[in-house]
Unconditional design. Structure first.
Length: 88
């Protein structure tokens, strides 16, 4: 849930797109990137930012196995690398 919903702020298309993106990343990673909604909003942002920073750095460095490192290890390699990379 986006913070705007929890705090009764105005909801825009951007809020919905952001929330959808977070859900996609959580599915890929296999963990909740948004554990705290209201009480610890800084912590939520920190976890999400950390994930995005790591992914960006790995992509920019040209690492071959970056997508495998970013995804849920429980998938045990059973995923489409191209689809996962596009989602990230």
């Amino acid at each position: 849930m986006a913070l705007e919903w929890a705090l009764n702020l105005s909801i825009t298309a951007k809020v919905d797109v952001f929330s959808y993106g977070v859900v996609l990343l959580e599915i890929l990673k296999g963990i909740r990137l948004s554990n705290r909604v209201v009480e610890n909003s800084e912590e939520e942002e920190a976890e999400l930012k950390r994930f995005v920073k790591v992914a960006k750095r790995k992509i920019q460095c040209g690492e071959d196995q970056w997508i495998e490192d970013m995804l849920d290890p429980r998938l045990e390699g059973q995923f489409s690398r191209n689809q996962a990379a596009k989602m990230v």
